[in-house]
Design a protein around this ligand. Structure first.
Ligand code: 3HC
Ligand code: NAI
Length: 689
């Protein structure tokens, strides 16, 4: 065996060259691999190879270009040079694929003369998730194999296909046996080496679709999936590149692809999405908590409180394979919860997302109970009773007395002090906050709230659980509202101040949806219920617009009106809201002025960045990127804008500080984060390089 460089080796079996790539963890096509492939192909040919098998070590075939290189000057040889060397090879080059052939990895394979894959492999072009398009010939080669419509689907969804599907589509030439990839690739090489016909190259094929057919397919896609294109730049560019492939001039198509790729690579959208890619992986890393800290085993779970959240949490646990004992002291609540669980699971079957056996198995894992005694053997109990400290403490005392030692006791509290809850138990180290977002079976964010006393392995278990539930676990320290709700509370206050100053609720909501949020603060309040967040029924004094609306029974969508009137299909700001705004303005002596959209945007977002800076300086988060991921996963912050700290870096921290100071001077109850001020003064950034 010959070392080509640190990551590529060359072997020979009966005249067949085996080029092995070994760059852990995912064989991303960084400079060393690109150099190694180029030199390896040359060495194999110099050595008189009759065929070349390209195969990867470790868990996967190449997972794409090395994303960490983006944003830096690219160093030759680039991937197209490797591909050109492969296509120019006088002997067949065979890609032998296991794991995932993604992005540049699949593009490398598409330049090979043949592709072989084990059935468990998957193949795809996920660049769109990074705000990019396949930039190494993928937009030109894939349509030549699968046609325009399928290629568009794969590239705009970014979803990989299984090796078996890839075989049916012709992306893969043959399937190999699981565990025998190399043997089968060598056998395949023997079959094709020395064939008299010219070597097959994807680039030499013609795209079956005409430019008119491509245009029709693109129009269909835009019509069927408009949201793919909203705010995202890459899908439109992918369409343009694929359209270019139908002119059947390969080199011209590649040039067009490169132009479009470079445009995306320089875009803010892509920078934001690449930031989200790395941040998503960073959030699960807890400083000081190494791999040696094992998660506690969890199989049997309990949920106490069968209301909105308890039911959603139960659904999430069942779907992930746990058994669940759902406890409520109210038999009617239990009955409602069981009915909702059953309906949701059966709806999944009706929509074809779940098969009947799996649905039955999920429902069979649920037990209902009226007493905490039933939770004695649970490995993990999640509490979701009413948001009242005395009640939660009482429930935790009961759990502490009943549940086996070593089990984890979690609270889903939104705002209460997790330390004060833990303190009433004999095992504060086993108590943790698991803050789900409604609907808990759907929303991706899970805030993991670490109290002062929490044991490392309890934290590790929570991080493991988040992954198992398919959620993004973000660790937060104890504070009022933790990460996402604390930030959004500041946005709500800023929105109210601007509403009184002259903006209308629908203008404010529109500015937020234009920025890419699924809805603005007032539509959201109407959905959640004005009575649920920020209204203290006992102490309501009719001082705020929300209090006035609540007292008059305008609680949002569920009562037919809140900030908006929901009677007709399109919500309109209600006359009650306008009157309430007038009342508060008159009392506070505010004469309304016209407010521009820009003032609303910065007004609502600057305070989030300011509060985010406080989370960093208070040590509530480990890193600023955690804040970005919490708002992307928990509040639908548009991923192509990268989250609030990324946004703050992009618009400039010093501008934010200046604007906040101006608002403070006007008497707004904002306190400036010293960290933000310092960083702005030094020209530093939170998350952008
Ligand atoms: N470049 C650089 N690093 C990468 C990478 C890539 N393409 N893919 C994964 N990594 C890193 C991750 O950041 C992570 O690093 P860490 O351990 O320091 O956090 C490590 O590899 C392991 O990744 P995961 O934790 O995601 O491992 P999984 O086993 O869960 O998933 C995977 C493996 C399915 C390959 C997943 O990592 C993935 O989807 N990767 C990205 C694939 C992708 O988007 N490829 C396209 C790249 S763009 C491109 O190719 C452009 C071309 O068209 C020119
Ligand atoms: P809910 O009012 O829908 O349900 C609470 C349930 O707890 C009721 O069924 C009640 O019968 C039961 N319960 C009360 N005391 C009990 C006891 N001693 N023993 C057993 N059951 C008892 O409340 P919801 O909205 O589900 O909220 C629950 C918790 O989740 C609260 O702490 C809330 O702050 C938090 N939360 C709520 C979110 C939401 O959007 N609703 C989002 C995230 C967290």
């Amino acid at each position: 065996m010959k070392s080509i460089n640190s990551v590529v080796t060359l072997d020979r079996v009966d005249g067949i060259a085996i080029l092995r790539l070994d760059s852990p963890p995912v064989n991303a096509l960084g400079l060393a691999l690109r150099e190694g492939i180029l030199a390896g192909i040359a060495a194999a040919l110099d050595g008189g190879a009759r065929a070349i098998v390209l195969i990867c070590e470790g868990r996967t075939f190449c997972a794409g270009a090395d994303i960490a290189e983006f944003g830096k000057p690219l160093v030759a040889p680039l991937l197209p040079e490797d591909q050109a060397a492969i296509e120019a090879s006088p002997v067949p080059v065979i890609a032998a694929i296991h794991g995932t052939a993604l992005g540049g990895g699949l593009e490398l394979a598409l330049a090979c003369h043949y592709r072989l894959a084990v059935p468990s492999a998957s193949l795809g072009l996920p660049e769109v998730s990074l705000g990019l398009l396949p930039g190494a010939g993928g937009t030109q080669r894939l349509p030549r194999i699968v046609g325009v419509a399928r290629a568009l689907d794969m590239m705009t969804s970014g979803k990989p296909v299984s090796a078996t599907t890839a075989r049916e589509l012709g992306i893969v030439d043959a399937l190999a046996r699981e565990g025998h990839l190399l043997d089968d690739a060598i056998a395949f090489a023997r079959k094709v080496e020395g064939a008299s016909a010219p070597l097959p190259r994807v680039r030499d094929r013609k795209v079956a679709d005409t430019p008119e057919e491509a245009a029709a397919a693109i129009a269909r896609l835009r019509q069927q999936q408009p949201r793919l294109f909203q705010g995202f730049k890459a899908p439109g560019h992918i369409c343009e590149a694929v359209a270019a492939s139908t002119l059947n001039d390969f080199e011209a198509g590649i040039a067009e692809e490169l132009r479009l790729f470079q445009d995306l690579l320089a875009s803010d959208e892509s920078a934001a999405q690449i930031h989200a890619f790395f941040s998503e992986r960073a959030v699960s890393k807890v400083p000081g908590l190494g791999k040696e800290v094992a998660a506690r085993p969890v199989k049997a779970t309990g949920v106490i409180g069968a209301g909105t959240m308890g039911t959603g949490i139960t659904l999430a646990l069942l779907a992930a394979g746990f058994t669940v004992t759902l406890v409520d002291r109210d038999a009617e609540a239990l009955r409602r919860a069981a009915a909702r669980v059953e309906k949701t699971v059966l709806d999944q079957v009706a929509k074809g997302r779940l098969n009947e056996d799996a649905a039955k198995a999920q429902l069979a894992r649920l037990t209902l109970a009226e007493s905490v005694e039933s939770l004695a053997d649970a490995d993990l109990v999640i509490e979701a009773v009413f948001e009242r400290m005395a009640l939660k403490q009482q429930v935790f005392r009961e759990l502490d007395a009943v549940v086996r030692p070593g089990a984890i006791l979690a609270t889903n509290t939104s705002f209460l002090d997790v330390d004060a809850i833990a303190a009433v138990t004999s095992r504060p180290g086993d108590v943790i906050g698991l803050h789900f977002f409604a609907p808990a079976n759907i929303m991706r964010l899970l805030e993991i709230v670490r109290g002062k006393a929490v044991h490392g392995d309890v934290l590790a278990t929570a991080i493991w659980l988040a992954r198992k539930l398919g959620k993004l676990g973000v660790v937060s320290g104890v504070c009022d509202g933790f990460i996402a709700n604390r930030l959004m509370a500041r946005r709500g206050e800023a929105a109210d101040a601007l509403m009184l100053a002259g903006a209308s609720p629908d203008q404010i909501d529109r500015v937020m949806t234009d920025h890419g949020f699924p809805m603005g603060p007032y539509r959201m309040m109407d959905l959640v219920g004005l009575d649920v967040v920020g209204w203290d029924r006992e102490n309501s004094a009719g001082r705020t617009v929300q209090e006035i609306l609540c007292e008059a029974g305008h609680w949002g969508q569920k009562t037919g009106s809140g900030y908006y009137e929901h009677a007709s299909g399109t919500p309109v700001v209600s006359s009650a809201t306008l009157a309430a705004i007038d009342t508060v303005r008159a009392r506070e002596g505010i004469s309304p002025r016209p407010i521009g959209d820009d003032e609303i945007l910065s007004g609502l977002l600057d305070v989030i960045v300011n509060e985010g800076a406080k989370l960093v300086e208070e040590g509530i988060v480990y890193r600023a990127a955690d804040i970005d991921m919490a708002l992307i996963a928990g509040y639908g912050w548009p991923v192509y804008r990268g989250g609030p700290m990324f946004w703050g870096d992009a618009v400039g921290l010093s501008g934010i500080v200046e604007r906040l100071k101006a608002r403070i001077a006007q008497g707004q109850p904002i306190t400036l984060s010293p960290l933000l001020e310092r960083m702005a003064a030094k020209g530093q950034r939170f998350v952008r390089a």
